[in-house]
Design a binder for this molecule. Sequence first.
Ligand code: ATP
Length: 498
Amino acid sequence: MDSIVALAKRRGFIFQSSEIYGGFNGFFDYGPLGSELKKNIRDCWWNDMVRRRDDIVGIETSIIMHPKVWEASGHVAGFSDPLVDCKVSKQRYRADQLFFAPVVIDGKNTGYVSALESENTTAELQSAADSFKRKKALQGTLAPVVAKDMTEATPEEIALIPSPATGNAGDLTPPRAFNMMFQTNVGAMTDAASVAYLRPETAQGMFVDFKNVVDTGRVKLPFGIAQIGKSFRNEITPRNFIFRSREFEQMEMEYFIHEDADWSKCHQEWIEWCRQWLLSVGLPESKLTLYQHKKEKLAFYSKGTTDIMFEYPFGVQELWGIAARGNYDLGQHAQASGKPQEIFDEATKKKFVPHVIEPAVGVDRILLAVLCAGYAEEEVKDEKGNVEKRTVLRLSPRIAPVKVAVLPLLKNKDQLVGRARDLYKKLQRRYAVFYDDGGNIGKRYRRQDEIGTPWCVTIDFDTIEKPGDTFTLRERDSMAQRRITEAELFALLEERVY
Ligand code: ATP
């Protein structure tokens, strides 16, 4: 992870927000290459989800909506995480990410240890229990620890669990609900009536505009409404680089179906669609798994939720959630606004509120996944046969920030430079391309490998001296080289960049 974060900074993918002021926890900036990569991910999703389908339309709704939207959706009352404070250090923890275990020696409970969630929480708790026993010079056999999180702690236990910050028992508060919506005030007055929220998800925009789209969009069930946009959550513990941040971007789609439709079949189809889409932008199948939420943990209206999980370096984590939400959201808005959110069924001559399948994914989480999956350090031979290290980002051509680097072999030969410039200008009309004439050709290839450019094209003496007007095409992954004409290069790009 450290190498990926370092590369992201060094090559201008991702910076800390407000870095010159020491950064701002949970906020990030995307640099020149990062913003291209992010735009490509968004564009691929939009093209595949909206433009290339006849049954889905796109919208763009405002970030700040009427506060009643968030009351009706349940966010004002319930969009919260359980928070635990350390009264002494003032550190705050998400209760479900703070674990504890009793230290049991010869069957007797002798105290408690705690640890923050990590890849090996249980091992950390076990070693904390070991040192607890040693420090207190306790004799006997230590039992294997049984980890629980703070949401499961009894009031008696809370008083005995040590704070991870101070190491002392009695410093932690019981968990309390912390609403994650960012509040702001709209208008000149700052009072209770002016309170509004930055949206914590884009989905409510699709529900609130449902009738507008139905009345104007010539859509017929089943159909979807999709949106890409920023969402904001005041996460208690933003972490793992851009994985969990306080400002992030979502790509969400609400697929409306008939109340009598086979929702389970539709749900499965969307899970598979999303999985295939992730493969199409270069994520390896071996790192993707499905996690089906347990029935008892689902919201009362939810029929089922499956997450596509990705194996990040810091553990297997949720990337894309695909939820079957019944008709809860439209029903809530109908009730709260007094405006029916129904569709007329020609067959039965009855009105009904459609049900919905919702695939919701974070752009930043996809971006982090493609960086993690694509990053490799390899030993390769240079032109002279010496072994050297190369860092390579194996990004799919669909999303790579630069598609082709155009490299004149020498920068002081007018003919080479002229041909290279001419090709560069032509490519630039359609694709993100890069012109580099600095340093030896091997070094220039390495620079492109590190930022994930799938192809380099070198304009060399054969280009200008031999018939055919061909260039050297060098592939990033295989490092193989072959000769290619301009028409063949455009055909290759047409096929692979879509
Ligand atoms: P988590 O359990 O990780 O907090 P969630 O289940 O609350 O996520 P949803 O509300 O289902 O997430 O949001 C849909 C998608 O938005 C997630 O699958 C994820 O890709 C993305 N997402 C949610 N919260 C964040 C965040 N804080 N930072 C970046 N992306 C996020």
